[in-house]
Write a protein that binds this ligand. Structure first.
Ligand SMILES: [Zn+2]
Length: 90
């Protein structure tokens, strides 16, 4: 799962096939196909969230614990092949 992060407003938005943007409108993005996303906005960052990690975490959540299970996420490098950067926002 790929997420769009805006360093200006701090929003994290799940990318989908329809264009989605952060609340301050500085960045936006969408899935082009199952693998490729395109983002607009010089400061747009794309995060990856490991779906298996989320599923495993769901089985470990315990309301008696102060902190829930750790899940795996990463930031895509700007030259990543599955991220197309369109530059400035239109
Ligand atoms: Zn923003």
């Amino acid at each position: 799962m790929k997420l769009l992060f805006c360093p200006d407003c701090g929003d994290v938005v799940q990318l989908r096939s329809a264009i989605r943007s952060c609340s301050c409108k500085a960045v936006e993005g969408r899935y082009v196909n199952d693998q490729l996303v395109e983002v607009t906005g010089e400061r747009a960052e794309v995060l990856g969230m490991d779906s298996y990690s989320i599923q495993a975490g769901l089985t470990l959540v315990d309301v008696s614990e102060k902190r829930g299970p750790t899940i795996v996420a990463w930031m895509f490098p700007h030259g990543a092949e599955h991220v197309r950067r369109l530059g400035r926002k239109r």
